[in-house]
Design a protein around this ligand. Structure first.
Ligand code: UPG
Length: 458
């Protein structure tokens, strides 16, 4: 019997977009460090170059990982009313999953567990009709969002005329804060949400990039059946730690930051999958300049990076670009966000409240100025404001829908950078996050417990 026969063999099945891939690969890194055998299921072709590059860097760093590559059926834009390439990819992966049946059953040694993306719960359960192993989901957003996901199929039926969704033990969420596609009939996102939300009871567990220090109350409510009876164990394994293979070959602002005083710089970035309108880009630019603070700003002009070809000067105009260069660093490429947030010169983060970014800010003790753009981000923004990890200007609404003036942006940046209360609270979350990820800390214990269960087939 070879030594690999004794290894716990886990398959990880992420869905589209860096917001889903990054946490999966960070989990992969942790499982590998605990000597698991790993199969990574990759769907081809991916939507963005960032995904292809990250998968390549990951596989080069860990040649022992088995890549189970499968080609998805063609995208079908007529299938639902969405022009979002990432949602279309979610749907296409779900529609193509049957092709995995035979290669996944043939894996050797046989799988001990499958961890699928939250948008692939039905797919994972479908594959399990032949595998018959423990199936887990990795929930890539907040525990509050998970409560909505679990309760949504019931909430939707309860009172369609109400302006709120009331989630037991969690509270009311205004419908205006829900991911906007949930309010559109027949949207891909809405369908996945309803279909997979109903099936979470069939999972053996849900892993989540969350920690008790931030969402202990919600995690307890989920785990004691107060949100919904029958929710499987929700296991917080956050915050995920950044990994060496994530480093892009990009222009790094780190040397520039090295020469600046502690907490004197604002970092602005809105994640991997939203484009900022040209008008809003110009207002953000003038807001950053008028704030008086130095800044690192990552500009994203197109939803999919492959299409993001125009130069900064063309987008900003010569005059604004000149002013921006005097005070800060503007980039239009993939950066090492964790490294920037971890730099002592960075004292605030203008952030869309994508959940990975929120947890990265917490791990580094950096206060957030939340500016939700799409999806779960308004729910996350409300959460960080309530917990004191950041501020959220409710009147700004959805970034994709309203134009916020530069003067207003600049004023709020000052407010965030000058708030002693935010700084203290963010530092408290950083301390708790560091405790959670220490050897013997809550993450470590949770991962070891999981591997023990998986090795016993539970
Ligand atoms: N990142 C970089 N460099 C960049 C841009 C992003 O390293 O130049 C990283 C960032 O550090 C983070 C990830 O990419 O780890 C982005 O994830 P996230 O902050 O969650 O944002 P999105 O890419 O927008 O993620 C999508 C959704 C978001 C949701 C998340 C998890 O937009 O709302 O919370 O997926 O489900």
């Amino acid at each position: 019997m070879s030594s690999s026969d004794h290894q716990t063999h886990v398959a990880l099945f992420p869905s589209a977009g860096m917001g889903h891939l990054v946490p999966f690969l960070r989990l992969a890194n942790t499982l590998l460090s605990h000597n698991c055998k790993l199969t990574l299921i990759t769907s081809h072709p991916p939507v963005s170059s960032a995904e292809s590059h990250l998968i390549s860097r990951f596989l080069s760093a860990f040649p022992q990982v088995n890549e189970l590559k499968f080609h998805i059926l063609p995208l079908d834009p007529s299938i639902a009313n969405s022009d979002d390439p990432f949602f279309l990819q979610f749907e296409a992966i779900r529609r193509s999953v049957h092709v995995l049946n035979s290669p996944i059953s043939a894996l050797s040694p046989p799988l001990s567990a499958l961890v699928c993306d939250v948008t692939l719960i039905s797919s994972g359960l479908l594959l399990n009709t032949t595998l018959n192993i423990p199936i887990y989901a990795l929930f890539t957003s907040s525990a509050k969002m998970l409560s909505l996901f679990a309760y949504y199929p019931f909430a939707k039926m309860s009172d369609p005329s109400s302006d709120f969704i009331r989630i037991p033990a969690i509270g009311s969420i205004p419908k205006t804060s829900l991911p906007p596609p949930l309010l559109i009939n027949n949207s891909i996102f809405g369908k996945i949400f309803a279909q997979d939300g109903q099936r979470i009871k069939e999972l053996n567990g849900i892993l989540i990039n969350a920690m008790d220090g931030i969402e202990g109350d919600t995690l307890t409510a989920l785990n004691t059946g107060k949100v919904l009876n029958g929710v499987p164990p929700v296991i917080p394994i956050g915050p995920f730690l950044p990994c060496d293979f994530e480093n892009p070959d990009a222009k790094s602002p780190i040397k520039w930051l090295d020469n600046l005083p502690p907490r004197s710089v604002v970092f602005a970035s809105f994640g991997s999958r939203t484009a900022t309108s040209r008008d809003q880009i110009k207002e953000i630019g003038s807001g950053l300049v008028s704030s008086g603070y130095r800044f690192v700003w990552v500009v994203k002009d197109k939803v999919v990076d492959k299409e993001d070809k125009e130069g900064l000067e063309d987008i900003m105009g010569e005059e604004l670009m000149k002013k921006l260069k005097e005070k800060g660093m503007v980039l239009k490429e993939w950066v090492n966000q964790q490294e920037i947030l971890g730099h002592r010169a960075v004292g605030g983060f203008i952030c869309h409240c994508g959940w990975n970014s929120v947890m990265e800010a917490a791990l580094n003790g950096v206060p957030i100025l939340g500016w939700p753009q799409i999806g779960d981000q308004m729910i996350n923004a409300e959460l960080i404001a309530k917990k004191g990890l950041g501020m959220w200007v409710e009147e700004w609404g959805w970034g994709q829908k309203c134009l916020v003036k530069g003067e207003e942006v600049g004023g709020r940046i000052k407010e965030m950078m000058e708030s002693e209360a935010l700084r203290k609270q963010a530092a408290k979350f950083r301390d708790e996050a560091i405790k959670a990820v220490e050897v013997g800390g809550s993450c470590d214990r949770a991962i070891q417990g999981l591997i023990r269960m998986w090795s016993k087939g539970t």
